[in-house]
Design a protein around this ligand. Structure first.
Ligand SMILES: [Fe+2]
Length: 314
């Protein structure tokens, strides 16, 4: 997903545009937060006008959806703020409508926004059993202890929403309690993305991120220390398995961070590291449990690195 580094960005500073993409229903306004210009994958803030209505149908690519204000009626069920959906590609949804209008985030992971009217799933639809529709505000408890080690500082809570079992890509709500602080610097081997539903946090490299603040951060970019005076509520996502690499050098660049991550990997999983080094560069690993997968990280990896001058690497 070669999206450029977007950070910080505050959607409240920009107006909505009318959605005019061919096939999309009327009554949608949007703000683009980040986009992969290779495949059209995009994250948007969307406003559904009062009286919005969309017939039954499906999207040609998967999407995730978080309702922040207002309500939408899907079929005969009313969904209020905090509602989170994961809709696989080609899986059809009943009629959508919004009497009062709604403000939401929508994440198209692998392709541009699309809509095709239909009463049934597409013949090649992804697995319908993966469809997920929950209210994340009312139906989940906060996990206030670190989910992984090394973990973030106490006072940062998480509600896991979705985890891709193959890639480890994840979507989650997170919060910082009032007075939260963390005094180290972190980076990851994957891209991460977040949007502030409410509240302001501060980060050493990028300053204050208020309500409506957003970032798409490619792998290996330093972020932290952190603080939040009054706390925040946010949604976060990664495009692969998240490992926290912590350190205290504010001047290290992404290439040095990647080098350090590889050194840790070589120490901790030496046999795998050695095996990788002995394969030729065009070798695509084969997974006997998922024989149809042909993932070449050099071409379609979950994230990309970025040089300190902003250019992409490799
Ligand atoms: Fe992070």
């Amino acid at each position: 997903m070669p999206r450029p580094h977007v950070e910080p960005y505050v959607d409240r500073d920009f107006g909505f545009k009318k959605m005019t993409l061919s096939g999309m229903p009327n009554g949608i306004q949007y703000k683009t937060l980040s986009m992969d210009t290779d495949n059209g994958a995009v994250t948007m803030t969307v406003q559904y006008d009062a009286g919005f209505s969309q017939p039954p149908g499906f999207s040609c690519s998967e999407y995730e959806f978080l309702l922040m204000e207002g309500s939408v009626t899907i079929g005969d069920q009313i969904w209020t703020k905090g509602s989170y959906f994961y809709v696989p590609a080609g899986v059809h949804m009943p009629k959508w409508s919004s009497k009062e209008g709604a403000l939401a985030l929508i994440f198209y992971n692998f392709g541009p926004p699309s809509f095709q009217e239909s009463d049934a799933d597409h013949d090649d639809a992804d697995d319908r059993t993966q469809l997920k529709m929950i209210n994340s505000y009312e139906g989940l408890d906060w996990m206030m202890t670190a989910r992984r080690m090394p973990g973030v500082a106490p006072g940062c809570g998480v509600k896991p929403l979705r985890n891709d079992p193959k890639t480890g890509a994840s979507t989650f709500l997170y919060c910082m309690v009032p007075g939260f602080w963390q005094d180290n610097i972190s980076y990851h081997d994957v891209a991460e993305e977040a949007y502030h539903i409410w509240g302001t946090s501060w980060m050493m490299q990028f300053g204050n991120l208020p309500t409506g603040g957003y970032f798409w951060r490619p792998a290996y970019i330093n972020h932290g220390c952190f603080a939040s005076e009054k706390g925040i509520l946010a949604i976060g996502r990664t495009d692969g398995d998240l490992h926290n690499h912590f350190h205290h050098d504010p001047f290290s660049n992404p290439k040095e961070n990647a080098e350090r991550a590889a050194a840790v990997y070589a120490r901790q999983r030496p046999a795998m590291y050695k095996w990788i080094l002995t394969q030729d560069h065009n070798h695509v690993p084969h997974d006997f449990e998922n024989p149809d997968d042909h993932v070449d990280p050099m071409k379609s990896g979950p994230s990309q690195m970025i040089e300190s001058d902003g250019s992409h690497w490799p």
